[in-house]
Design a protein around this ligand. Sequence first.
Ligand code: AMP
Ligand code: GLY
Length: 445
Amino acid sequence: MLDDQFEHLRDVLLAFKKGKRVKVLVVGSGGREHAMVWKLAHSPRQPRLFCAPGNAGIESLATCVPIKADDVAGLKAFAQREGIDLTVVGPEAPLALGIADEFRKSKLKIFGPTRHAARLEASKRFSKEIMAKAGIPTARAKAFDQPAEALAYVEHHDVPVVIKADGLAQGKGVLIAQTREEARRAIVDSMEKAVFGDAGKHVLIEQYLQGEELTIMAFTDGRTVAPMLPAQDHKRIGDGDTGLNTGGMGAYCPAPLGTLGMRAQVTRDILQPIVDVMSRLGSPFQGVLYAGLMIVHEVPYVLEFNARMGDPETQVVLPLLKTDLLDVLEAVVEHRLDQVPVEWHDGHAVCVVMSSAGYPGPYDVGEPIRGLDSLDPQSATVFHAGTARRGADIVTAGGRVLGITGRGATLADAQAAAYRTAKQIAIKGCHYPHDIAYRALAPRG
Ligand code: AMP
Ligand code: GLY
């Protein structure tokens, strides 16, 4: 521990003497990565920022390098060639491919869990096993390898029932079946028709929980857990949380459901036990642990763990982080998170995601995005997700195009700031929900 601290101080002093700026590479290309790069750009230490592959918004803050987020060998070669001091991984795919293991083998510093630890997200079955070992409240579930057994089991299960693909299915592998017929179809689609590829070969059949959802993420170095402010995302495409599931259409922070007491409870009863069990099993988890919770009668149940920051939760949580993100990330990587108090600003943040016409179904790309140049930067922050540069224009390049984060002393102020800015941006056919944060602004009795 003292050695770690000493080494860090020595590195900082040496870098300072040499006038050297730390080089940081962020891996990914979405709104989450734009928010990470933006926050790092606010560091008083003025790191030199790189992003692979990045997007048209990230470009203004970092040098974007055209290496895909899942090209582990390419990223490693770049980090070595460029002398990157710290790599920060945004999305889950490179973690599941073992990017952290590869980098550490080559003595490259990287923020993110090993492939084995990332199974907390990459395998729902593994995640359930760990939760059972750590005694963590979660929905009852049973795992199946054989479709016939899954089909037989579901005949005697109450409905609604939740059918989950075991592996990574880009957020699409969960179906809440209202009837047994729907459940049967989901099992056949996943296990026999392989609609999620290998990710759905095994399924979990899970008890349906009714409550309100909450996200609590935490930084952890494998021992110390520093929880972030609680957030809530809006997963459905339409107003009032209706319509198809998406990657996330907006978020707000702090979510009032995550009271100080709830945060303490989640840290004590969920996050810390998971981190401790992973360490005991010889697979310490280092990076961000994301707990997707269902709060049922004030008791938090885990719906899922992610092994990385949430998108769009990051776009509302990081703007409220007071401590220098670079200091926090380094403390995690160097196993001295207990030395860095992680502090937060007062106030609120609301992010509204603007999506391409048709999303989450098929959508076109290449639509010009108008109005970005004339925005008042004081009013809200525009995080790019699916954008690209075409000549002088910035055009759409994905389903989720922009995330507009407003901040304010109250949640209502933050919401107004986000929508004021969203209205000034024009993308043909674009959609966004009009009621992000409604649950917190108009609590139902
Ligand atoms: P997951 O990827 O496991 O978080 O599931 C995606 C979404 O499905 C969650 O955000 C919930 O809205 C819903 N969900 C998952 N599991 C359950 C459950 N056991 N009961 C009710 N809703 C669930
Ligand atoms: N917003 C949910 C996720 O990042 O998985």
